[in-house]
Design a protein around this ligand. Structure first.
Ligand code: CU
Length: 386
């Protein structure tokens, strides 16, 4: 069932004091990264591209100054007559090719990570103080099978703490690339703890890994789990429609708040109805458009994807921190292009579920997440009211 809900229908769950991620006036750096993948994108820009660009610019400047000083007509009255130098030409062709290759490799890796939706899964088993062998069903398609140590993570959660075990030191794995992977812990998992096996081909550096470690590729890697939900985004002149197919396909439109309904700081970012998503979970985003090409972009997640009429584009992101994040349509789409902001509110799982149920209620659907006691109490209340 689909129903367009618009207006100020109580869609925002966070209080006004929530942390906002906004661009700073006069700022020259990237907006802070709010996902592990955005950190990788920022490292690519700040750690690889900027140094390369700076060195090239300084080298060209130095060469220009040298030529201007050393070979002007006063300092060098008799000009040389040669026109070729094979060695110099090989050098100035070869070095740029090398530089482009050095830039291309990490950028292809990033494009792959942003473009391929992760399909990782996790299996949770209770430890009983004796069992050491745990099985992970490697039932991915052949090209996505778990085959290497960095495709599998083993964690022990005792309730009080969560620890990531180290391959070979804490556990051994048999059957890489086969249908059943057997993980043998060196010590049995403590009784009552949870043994979490996470497997998949999509991996990323854990959030917060320092730049120095990124240079030598020494960051701890994590398996990224498959999306827990899909967000359908549809652009139109001049706003966005969002729908949640996994939760009853309720749908609403999101439009910029007029100047007198928001603060000067938030004007052109604030919207009537925000996107709401849970923190720490992969979100699949599909985009399309109703009229012309728009682009759904969120700088904090290094995310930008075109919304094209008649086409579905797909990407994904995972927010690490709760808060409200802003973006704008990033494909010039007409006269009010700069008045179709994007606002995404990242909340905890319980708040997200409560929000989903409130949206389902607006769409005339039964709640999905409300717990049985509340249901019983409500059933009792409505029976009493009849
Ligand atoms: Cu647009």
């Amino acid at each position: 069932m689909k129903k367009i809900l618009s207006g100020l229908a109580g869609l925002s769950v966070l209080a006004a004091s929530a942390a906002y991620a906004l661009p700073e006036p006069g700022g020259i750096d990237m907006q802070p990264a709010a996902s592990a993948l955005a950190e990788e994108v920022h490292f690519f820009h700040n750690g690889i591209l900027m140094p390369v660009m700076t060195v090239i610019s300084l080298l060209v400047l130095a060469l220009l100054l040298w030529v201007m000083v050393r070979y002007n007509s006063k300092a060098n009255p008799v000009a040389q007559k040669f026109s070729h130098n094979t060695l110099v030409e090989i050098i100035w062709t070869g070095i740029p090719i090398l530089i482009l290759l050095i830039i291309a490799l990490p950028s292809f890796e990033l494009l792959y990570k942003e473009g391929v939706t992760p399909d990782g899964k996790q299996v949770v088993t209770r430890g009983d103080g004796q069992t050491v062998d745990f099985v992970f069903a490697n039932d991915f398609p052949d090209s996505r099978m778990v085959k290497r140590a960095d495709h599998l993570q083993v964690l022990i959660d005792t309730g009080a703490e969560r620890r990531t075990l180290k391959n070979r030191k804490d556990f051994k794995v048999e059957g890489w690339g086969e249908r059943d992977l057997v993980v043998s812990l060196n010590e049995p998992a403590p009784a009552g703890s949870s043994v979490i096996l996470r497997g998949g081909r999509s991996t990323q550096n854990v959030s917060g890994c320092p730049m120095s470690k990124r240079f030598i590729d020494a960051c701890e890697k994590e398996v990224v789990l498959a999306p827990t939900m899909t967000l359908k985004v549809s652009g139109y002149q001049w706003g966005w429609t969002y729908s949640y197919p996994d939760f009853g396909d309720f749908e609403y439109s999101s439009n910029m708040l007029p100047e007198d309904q928001t603060t000067p700081e938030l004007y052109r970012f604030a919207v009537d109805n925000r996107v709401v998503i849970p923190v720490g979970e992969s979100i699949r985003v599909t985009t399309t458009a109703r009229d012309v090409i728009h682009s759904w972009a969120l700088p904090n997640f290094a995310l930008k994807i075109d919304a094209v009429p008649g086409r579905f584009n797909e990407t994904w992101f995972r927010a690490e921190k709760e808060g409200v994040y802003y973006g704008q349509c990033s494909e010039i789409c007409g006269i009010r292009h700069s008045f179709m902001p994007i606002a995404v509110e990242v909340v905890s799982r319980p708040k997200f579920e409560a929000w989903v149920d409130s949206q389902r209620a607006l769409a005339g659907l039964d709640p999905m997440f409300i717990d049985d006691n509340v249901k019983l109490a409500q059933a009792g209340a409505s029976a009493a009211a009849e």
